[in-house]
Design a protein around this ligand. Structure first.
Ligand code: SF4
Length: 326
């Protein structure tokens, strides 16, 4: 009787972790490398052309002063130190005991925005920190990728997995202008093609809940990514932090964050519509509590994940079940 009650309660609390409904990054990495692989997030002390006046000022409206890497900056004291120190601190902590293989992930700001010599020095420094490092992942903007940078990244491919992360957020250039993105969707397409032609994997960022966005924009964005055959996608909900232009818009009542129900619905639609070949790196964001303003539901990451996975089950959605090649 007790066993049966425990079983029933357990079943009620159990939820599908999504592993069998979409191409989950963890599963992909385990298959590819034969064991668990973790990322070491690094602040490489880069800047951004959308902040220093080269292509814009103020940055994308949702981006804070840490350059979309707040959790490194605000949660880890070592992030204020050198690249080497950040990585060594990570590997010497409990986090370094959770796996034997690691990918160094340059996260904050635009990590290809410097001279080639300086980029090489920073990447080399990171990769030389440990034999356990098997990959280099670089977050950047499409307009900060050129042949010289591609050649540098290619030079690491014999020994390391090399992945470039590009922000797209939306394929609608009007919304791109409204969020002060500072590059066009055509720039994004050119960068993806250049990277792919040279054998470098691309992960694209997509945001749900941008000002003025509608369901068609989201569908078109996913269709574009599927047609470009990007290797991976990160899906985020838009949120407001206190050091952003979006915060001013939120305060002025001209931006209203989306609800959890809307987000869950959109993520399910995205997964259904996306090419089954794409690896999904994440389906929600991890906002920095220190700066977070809204929407409140986003602070409960586990509940949001549960809600998405439950909805995938209820609607019997598998990645690509509504995908149509165009
Ligand atoms: S390009 Fe990236 S780092 Fe630069 S402002 Fe936009 S989100 Fe922030």
């Amino acid at each position: 009787m007790i066993f049966w009650a425990t079983f029933v309660i357990g079943k009620c609390l159990w939820y599908n972790d999504g592993m069998d409904r979409y191409n989950h990054l963890n599963k992909y990495l385990k298959n590819k490398f034969g064991e668990r692989v973790l990322k070491i997030c690094v602040d490489g002390n880069f800047s951004c052309p959308n902040r220093d006046g080269t292509c814009g000022v103020g940055g994308c409206i949702f981006c804070g002063l840490a350059g979309s890497g707040e959790n490194i900056k605000y949660r880890l004291p070592e992030a204020l130190s050198s690249i080497k120190n950040q990585i060594v601190c990570f590997l010497n902590s409990y986090r370094g005991e959770r796996a034997n293989k690691f990918i160094v992930y340059f996260q904050n700001h635009t990590n290809t925005y410097d001279t080639i010599d300086s980029l090489k020095a920073r990447y080399d420094m990171a990769l030389s920190c440990s034999e356990k490092i098997i990959g280099l992942q670089i977050a950047t903007r499409p307009d900060c990728i050129d042949m010289e940078i591609v050649n540098l990244l290619k030079s690491y491919q014999d020994k390391y997995a090399v992945i470039v992360e590009l922000g797209l957020q939306t394929c609608n250039d009007e919304i791109g202008n409204a969020i002060n993105r500072g590059y066009t969707t055509a720039d994004f397409i050119d960068a993806v093609n250049l990277l792919h032609t040279n054998g470098i994997a691309v992960v694209a960022h997509v945001m749900v809940g941008l000002p003025g966005e509608n369901v068609d924009d989201i569908c078109n964005t996913i269709d574009l990514l599927s047609s470009l055959k990007v290797d991976g996608v990160k899906i985020h909900s838009t949120y407001v932090t206190s050091d952003t232009v979006l915060y001013n818009m939120y305060n002025a009542g001209v931006y209203t964050p989306i609800t959890q129900d809307y987000y869950v619905d959109m993520v399910c639609n995205i997964i259904a519509r996306m090419s089954p070949d794409i690896i999904i790196h994440r389906i929600n964001a991890d906002p920095p509590r220190e700066l977070f303003i809204a929407p409140d539901w986003m602070l409960h990451k586990k509940l949001v994940l549960n809600a998405i996975n439950r909805e995938l089950d209820v609607r019997n959605i598998y990645q690509g079940c509504n995908y149509s090649q165009k």
